[in-house]
Design a protein around this ligand. Sequence first.
Ligand SMILES: [Mn+2]
Length: 329
Amino acid sequence: MIDQILEDIKPKRKVLILTHNNPDPDTMAAALGMKFILSKTLKKRCTIAYQGLVGRAENRELIKTCVIDMHPSTKLNFNRYDYLIVVDTQPKAGNVYIPDGFKADVVIDHHNFRATTNQIKLHDVRPKAGSTSTIIVEYMKHLGIVPDTKTATALYYGIKTDTVGSGRSSNSQDLEMMSYIFPQISLTKLTKIESPELPRYYYKNMRKALDYAEILDNIIFCNLGEVRNADLIAETSDFLLRMRDIKWTFVVGKIDNHGYFSLRSKSARMKVGRIAMSLVKGLGTGGGHMKSAGGQINLESKNYDEVAEIIKLRLLKRAGFKGEDIKKV
Ligand SMILES: [Mn+2]
């Protein structure tokens, strides 16, 4: 696939790489890796753009340490670019900003294939890959490219957080790609990324999370209300999932006129990506993987608390819980 992509890009002038909204390490590393490939093979310079905020301290440290130059896509003039690559999501997934009248040329992703992605000229969607970074490293290996320290460290962290790091599913391909770049990474940089200082609002949020969390059998439901950034919702979900005897966590929160949610499961059997889609059916968009999923709801014509309640009831129904015995943490 990468050979076709490079052939297609050759005559183009300016390439734009889009990550998904509120980017996570995998999407940022995949974008950086793609930028590296294009600069090495075709001497092309590209711009990486995103929408939303990077909230998680680890992810902010990743941007700083690996020098990932990213621009807000809403402030960008898309007319200045003649080639558009989307990584770690698909145009109709609901979590990437592409203005009307513009179309992606390439989609590289590891989420479930969306039928609308068939309209994209070149697409490499592999739901079996643990991360999009895995696919990017495989391109590098195929092309005989060795990434520099910053790119390698970012890609390693991207694969790790989407797979083994969070106990999510990984396969031999993910591990093979991690070992391909391992000689190039900086352990000092990686340690810095993995244990950054945490802002006070992180602790304030966790206090709120502990106050609001409800234990329903083996599920924790938590409505955080207004939050500072979307990453806090995912961080809360990961934090609560570690509780003994808990099998799933569902955390919702609100930023401006958007509701966000994060669904996590300890077991890959739950296939929470599919569940996430069904929970917000008719309300918004959702998706993900076997053990982790998320989504968003546009609240322009909806009441946030009502939406949160509807999703909670759907979740309880899905889990076969009657809602009689609700405990606090
Ligand atoms: Mn990913």
